[in-house]
Design a protein around this ligand. Structure first.
Ligand SMILES: Cc1cc2nc3c(=O)[nH]c(=O)nc-3n(C[C@H](O)[C@H](O)[C@H](O)COP(=O)(O)O)c2cc1C
Length: 163
């Protein structure tokens, strides 16, 4: 029987959303978008400063999704943007919820979107917080505005989830 795949992601500017939707289409995964109760205003002058500060200080906004939605899956894929070199606050809130789940996913994959390609630190920090082995990771460079260049990497990551 095919493993149930769930993609849980956060996206402020649409890049992670773009990648998550493409991965879901190819892999047949279920999508869950995290909606934090607080986030920076898109494109505002302070967007990067505010979001970066919130990420670095470990802010954990409330989420409109609950742990039950996360429990019943064999494969969990977590996606989010890099903020100030680390994961965005909504992902921090997700990691706390996941750590409280009684039933853990069998396999965890990560993907990250950034403006620099530097997502390794974020992946390491997520893995450390979850305290579990990560089956695979993928990094995309602002894929919404670089679709032609990034699509092959997104597609091969999606295909790797079904194996
Ligand atoms: C608050 C904030 C902080 C960011 N910090 C970084 C960073 O440290 N390194 C980087 O490469 N990109 C950084 N970026 C760029 C985003 O990671 C990148 O544009 C990503 O594709 C956005 O994903 P999204 O559209 O799903 O929100 C930052 C963007 C924001 C809004």
């Amino acid at each position: 029987m095919k493993q149930k795949i769930k993609i849980v992601y956060y996206s402020l500017q649409g890049n992670t959303k773009y990648a998550a939707e493409r991965i879901a289409k190819i892999s047949g995964a279920e999508l869950l978008r995290l909606k934090p109760d607080q986030e920076p205003k898109i494109g505002g002058f302070w967007m990067k400063a505010q979001g970066g500060w919130e990420a670095l200080t470990g802010m954990k906004p409330g989420l409109q999704s609950n742990a039950e939605q996360l429990e019943d899956c064999g494969t969990l894929v977590i996606g989010g943007p890099t903020w100030a070199g680390t994961y965005a606050p909504a992902i921090g809130s997700l990691l706390e919820i996941l750590n409280q789940c009684t039933v853990k996913p069998e396999r965890v994959y990560l993907f990250g979107c950034s403006g620099s390609g530097k997502t390794e630190k974020m992946f390491r920090e997520i893995a450390r917080k979850l305290g579990c082995e990560i089956q695979g990771t993928a990094s995309f460079l602002n894929p919404l505005s670089n679709q032609e260049r990034e699509n092959p990497g997104i597609d091969s990551f999606a295909e790797s989830l079904q194996k």
